[in-house]
Design a protein around this ligand. Sequence first.
Ligand code: TA6
Length: 306
Amino acid sequence: MTSEGQSIDTLNERFGIVDAVAFDAGRGGLPRIVVATPVAEAHVYLHGAHVTHYQSAGHESVLFLSQQSSFNSGRPIRGGTPICFPWFGVNENMPDAPLHGFARTRPWQVTSARCTDGGKVELKFMLIGDEGTRAWWPHGFQLGFTVTVGDELTMSLELHNDTQTELSCEQALHTYFMVSDVRKVSVHGLENTTFFDKVDGGIRKRQPNGPVTFAGETDRVYQDTEAQCVLEDPPMGRRIINSKSGSRSTVVWNPWWKKSVAMGDFGDDEWPGMVCIETANIGHCAVALKPGHTHSTTARISVEKM
Ligand code: TA6
């Protein structure tokens, strides 16, 4: 029995937890899970299994969500953590294919909701390859997604290859972080790392021995890195720590004003308030999965005061 197409009442009967987990009709009427405990709160839409909000007790909200975002089944939500799968960016072989793959615009099934140790809430979702996905990507697959909400936010993609052939795919947890002003923040952890600069023809460069700072549109794919990234935001008096496992690419992105104006689902003046740090596997760091094997890609997000 899947959760797809089930009513909000039925979802609450099956997966709701008093004083912790409730389903409601979110923006655009899309089914949404609201997690609210003394430790933290979060919102997750079944559309794309999309985490749109996370805030731990004693801290400000962590994720950016555009006020102009679409909330309908045909479009991705702009902000939070879109799941990019099974390709990242433009699909070179299919120019009319959806940017960043299909996972973020498919309805995911809820498979479990439970409270765990330390007042955490664990939510599990599943996306299984079907006729609709095979139209874009001719492979069977089972893609699990586990969200753990507590004093940290942990998101884990578990890709299982249930076919007889090797699978190769790209993926990203494309997280948008809320910041005071992109011109006043810095991202530490990528020092001396090779990256491909999508703002400069995709050419290969090397990060200097210093943090990433922002003085214009920034769109970089850092490769062969498993490093933890620390987003320092002095005006907000906080550090956001993005630790990861099962990921060898990290994307750093801010559209700046010109690209923001060109995006209909992103406010012209929203660009100073966000930075994407994306836990990914892209290009030569794509995932190659043998039959019967599983690959997990995990982002663990925490906040500390500066
Ligand atoms: O991750 C950075 C990026 O690839 C940018 O090039 C920009 O396209 C961004 O993703 C947003 O993609 P979207 O499909 O959400 O507009």
